[in-house]
Design a protein around this ligand. Structure first.
Ligand SMILES: Nc1nc2c(ncn2[C@@H]2O[C@H](COP(=O)(O)OP(=O)(O)O)[C@@H](O)[C@H]2O)c(=O)[nH]1
Ligand SMILES: [Mg+2]
Length: 205
């Protein structure tokens, strides 16, 4: 899963379970459609979209977590590969974007939380932070969420961020990728790029 990475100095990665809208978001960001003929779990390699002149690449990592018809070992392998990829490229990754389905994320997280169980997506968020990558949680499919503020506050709590969510606008970004409403994500990513001294990459977000 490493051999396809273009050799670029700066990178932004998207990670998340399958079906949360990563490919849709990727299309909004790049103008390129990666989704053709791809069923969840079939894509086990990252999708890269890169710009040589700017030495920049956006990477859509394979979806992890439950996928219909994909065996447990394969899912574990995908998760391990994603972790290895992020570790190996951490020094290039300026921002990590964890994409969630705003409608179902709280329920899924709660279902997988227990005395010795951390939900994959929460684990992934903490892992990104541990390796020093500024991370944005893109809460997608907000068009399907009615109790917006309550839902976003609940999500904050699940990630260990004290509500209200509005004080975490560089971390929590509610979006509707399908309709191209991704301003909150662009703003959050820009803030991290700015902190990294990379205002030159603002044109991509
Ligand atoms: N309602 C709604 N559906 C979305 C949104 N973004 C993506 N989807 C749908 O969610 C499904 C999965 O999207 P996809 O981009 O393939 O997810 P991926 O598996 O994470 O790459 C598709 O049917 C999309 O049309 C959104 O903002 N709102
Ligand atoms: Mg996809």
């Amino acid at each position: 899963m490493f051999e396809t990475r273009p050799n670029r100095d700066a990178e932004v990665v998207l990670a998340g379970r399958s079906n949360v809208g990563k490919s849709t978001l990727m299309r909004e960001l790049t103008g390129h459609d990666f989704s053709t003929g791809q069923r969840p779990g079939v894509t086990r390699k990252p999708n890269h979209y890169d710009w040589a002149p700017e030495d920049f690449v956006i990477t859509d990592l394979p979806g992890f977590g439950f996928m219909k018809g994909v065996p447990e070992e394969v899912r574990e392998q995908i998760k391990t590969d994603v972790v290895r990829y992020v570790e190996a490229n951490a020094e290039h990754i300026l921002v990590g974007v964890i994409v969630l389905d705003g409608k179902s994320a709280v329920d899924i997280i709660d279902r997988h939380s227990g005395p010795d169980e951390i939900p994959h997506v929460v684990e992934m968020y903490h892992f990104f932070r541990e390796v020093g990558i500024p991370t944005v949680i893109a809460v997608n499919k907000m068009d399907k969420v009615e109790d917006r503020d309550e839902r976003l506050d609940a999500l904050c709590e699940r990630f260990g961020l004290a509500p209200p969510w509005k004080q975490w606008q560089d971390t929590i970004a509610p979006i509707t990728a399908k309709r191209g409403s991704i301003d909150a994500l662009n703003e959050a990513v820009r803030e991290h790029l700015h902190e990294a001294g990379r205002d030159d990459l603002f044109k991509f977000f």
